[in-house]
Write a protein that binds this ligand. Sequence first.
Ligand SMILES: Cc1cc2nc3c(=O)[nH]c(=O)nc-3n(C[C@H](O)[C@H](O)[C@H](O)COP(=O)(O)OP(=O)(O)OC[C@H]3O[C@@H](n4cnc5c(N)ncnc54)[C@H](O)[C@@H]3O)c2cc1C
Length: 415
Amino acid sequence: MKRYSAFAIAREAFRFHSGWERAWRSPTPKAEYDVVIVGAGGHGLATAYYLAKNHGITNVAVLEKGWLGGGNTGRNTTIIRSNYLQDESAAIFELSRSLYEGLSQELNYNIMFSPRGVMMLAQTEHELRAWKRTAHANRLAGIKSEMLTPERIKEIVPIIEINGPRYPVLGGLWQARGGTARHDAVAWGYARGASDRGVDIIQQCEVTGIDQTGGKVTGVQTSKGAIKCKQLCVVVAGSSGILADMAGFRLPIESMSLQALVSEPIKPVLDCVIMANTVHGYMSQSDKGELVIGGGSDGFNNYTQRGSFHHIEETVRALIETFPIISRLKQLRQWGGIVDMTGDRSPIIGKTPLEGMFINCGWGTGGFKSIPGSGWATAEMLADGEPRDLAAPFTMDRFTQGRMIDESVAAAVAH
Ligand SMILES: Cc1cc2nc3c(=O)[nH]c(=O)nc-3n(C[C@H](O)[C@H](O)[C@H](O)COP(=O)(O)OP(=O)(O)OC[C@H]3O[C@@H](n4cnc5c(N)ncnc54)[C@H](O)[C@@H]3O)c2cc1C
């Protein structure tokens, strides 16, 4: 693979950009692989990349029913932070955040990581106490986050109304090293890096069945024919229940649509990410000037990738209370993704009842930020055949053992 550099851009400018290679190969699937990963979202692609890079396992295929990054990875609002409450979550999200800091250099691909700071507002006394507790927990876990006064919040975010009529701003939890990245670029960068190391990424290849003999996985049926494998790793977010059904077991997952919208572009007014959990909305400003606004998930299970109209109204109405200046902005577009929600709002990484089949799912509304850490931990699990350190707490049996990792506050609207 040719490296991207200032020199390469100058060289190509002189030859009318005729020398660029395709960023990743489009191979015909082989009959058999050591590892088949289903789902070319960020998590599947990062898993493939770290399998090849950290463990030297390259006889790997990533099968994608649509186009790579076309699921939730290309539909999210790109918030990156690690200020979670529980130690297990803080560990994997902080590894992820720190990997994001050097990811453009690691992948030789500009993922546009922008550590602009993430602010989580407290607009009730209860919320203020909850964020203080999180700040203390973060400090114990070695994660830098701090509480801010309303006056300091107003300095950082001049467009905020801190004396709002229903919910005045009482304080905020601030993670200065959190931020955003370009979501497509994360998928494309990992795809390019994995493909360069020999991983086959096969798009337009839907897995329609899972083959097994004597309780052990032997391969998959796909829209491009049967493919055998020694290990199968399913990383399909909102479609996880469908794949589990193919293998003959059920998952403690509910799938529902989560939506977001963007406003028309305006001049820079907001240079951090801001979340208002009580009124239920959050916002950042894209490089193009659009306000990227996210709200809640549908209150019922569905696979629509669209979202309900009343959510747009509720989200915008909520945010206008705290940011009155957005009231006359026009909405440019809206979309949805299918998120996979567990009961404790923490992910599942681990083995399944079918021997040789592993799963990574349940990141729900907050799995963009965890892509590097999750890929790292899942690759380690596949290489060892067992979930290790980072992944070990997130196995599925925690739901039968009552060993929940409760992140329902950290993962509410605060993606
Ligand atoms: C509106 C919205 C806002 C969000 N905001 C944030 C945020 O700000 N910060 C954050 O951290 N997270 C956020 N998230 C969550 C985040 O996007 C997801 O947790 C994350 O992208 C999941 O990545 P993934 O790789 O597991 O899944 P996906 O990116 O969904 O990839 C799964 C892939 O599997 C493929 N697939 C499914 N079935 C099959 C099959 N049978 N055969 C082959 N391929 C199949 C799909 O086509 C898809 O490409 C948001 C999500 C949404 C929808």
